[in-house]
Ligand binder design. Structure first.
Ligand SMILES: Cc1cc2nc3c(=O)[nH]c(=O)nc-3n(C[C@H](O)[C@H](O)[C@H](O)COP(=O)(O)OP(=O)(O)OC[C@H]3O[C@@H](n4cnc5c(N)ncnc54)[C@H](O)[C@@H]3O)c2cc1C
Length: 296
């Protein structure tokens, strides 16, 4: 029996594993290899690795974590997890069964991309979700933001700081008049026509093409598409979720189910490597502390 099985071996999972490895805990990481930032060529705003590829950051982490002999990693997908009299049992896609005293989910979230031609190609390159991750590289350019929710004004007003000429594209949704007025007062244009496609070459956005045949020439667009938990097992095991669809945890990383912990994007609104790593470190350390207190 392992002390801990960590499901998800990306930034949050690996940092939890480091805390546990350094606490001499027998830890198995199971990771299916699909981190949410795999579409982006360069990662920013994480000191010591600013501008590195996402793969390079993970590779360095992996090398350092696996130096602790109590930690091992399997490339596999956990498809079932059940609470047993003592601990937990997980089953994987490759037919493995493992048991552990505790489970830690660091399984992240998935962005649900709309079915608009060009979106998939541009995502993470010139169609981006966060100015702190990629805004500096595309600063002071004609910019669009595809958004039509209650945060439209707040998001657009923030992005206006990075852009030189910003257009809000609502993709067919009419904005409340007061929101449209506030945007115009900030010199932010609004286009409410539905989007037909993103014109692009190799992920480099050239224009947004609307359903009425008009075009908006931009080199970069922001969008916050809906997100969902990458892994549904915490929900199936009874872990409560917040209204925003995040796994509910306390300050220790404990979910609402005894013995199950969670960390990273799966529990945090603010998506950044540094935040995911901090939350993994904290959950790993707190999990070890609890095991000590329980005499395990
Ligand atoms: C396009 C894009 C660009 C970004 N750019 C930046 C940036 O420049 N700078 C920055 O700081 N942040 C950036 N971010 C945010 C950052 O990538 C995330 O905050 C970070 O990846 C979260 O780490 P995580 O470990 O919680 O989840 P993830 O990195 O998403 O990893 C989750 C892991 O769990 C695995 N998994 C899921 N379910 C299972 C299962 N059932 N069994 C086994 N494994 C499973 C997945 O395969 C994956 O490897 C970006 C995000 C996106 C979407």
């Amino acid at each position: 029996m392992y002390d801990v099985i960590i499901i998800g071996g990306s930034y949050a999972g690996l940092s939890a594993a480091m805390a546990l490895g350094r606490s001499m805990r027998n830890t198995l990481i199971i990771d299916s290899g699909l981190p949410c930032n795999r579409f982006t060529p360069h990662s920013h705003n994480f000191i010591t690795h600013d501008g590195a590829t996402p793969g390079a950051v993970r590779e360095a982490a992996l090398q350092q974590v696996l130096a602790y002999t109590t930690v091992q990693i399997d490339t596999d997908t956990v498809i079932e997890a059940t609470k047993k009299a003592e601990g937990f049992e997980v089953r994987t896609l490759l037919g493995q069964t493992h048991v552990a005293k505790r489970l830690l989910f660091a399984t992240g979230v998935r962005d649900v991309l709309p079915d608009i031609p060009g979106v998939k190609e541009c995502w993470g390159k010139t169609l981006i979700h966060c100015p702190y991750c990629h805004g500096y590289e595309v600063r002071k350019q004609p910019t669009a933001v595809i958004v039509n929710n209650e945060h439209t004004y707040e998001f657009a007003n923030m992005l206006n700081h990075w852009a030189s000429g910003l257009t809000v594209c609502t993709d067919g949704v009419q904005l409340p008049q007061d929101v449209a007025d506030k945007l115009l007062a900030k010199n932010i244009s609004v286009i409410e026509t539905g989007i037909a496609s993103l014109q692009q070459e190799d992920g480099q956005l050239q224009a947004i093409v609307f359903k009425d045949g008009t075009e908006l020439k931009v080199a970069v667009a922001y969008a916050q598409f809906p997100r969902q938990q990458h892994c549904k097992l915490p929900e199936a095991m009874g872990c409560e979720h917040t209204e925003m669809g995040l796994i509910k945890t306390d300050m220790m990383g404990r979910t609402t189910v005894d013995g199950i912990y969670a960390a990273g994007d799966a529990v945090n609104m603010f998506r950044a490597l540094s935040v995911a790593i901090a939350s993994g470190t904290s959950a790993g350390a707190m999990l070890n502390k609890q095991l000590i207190e329980e005499g395990l």
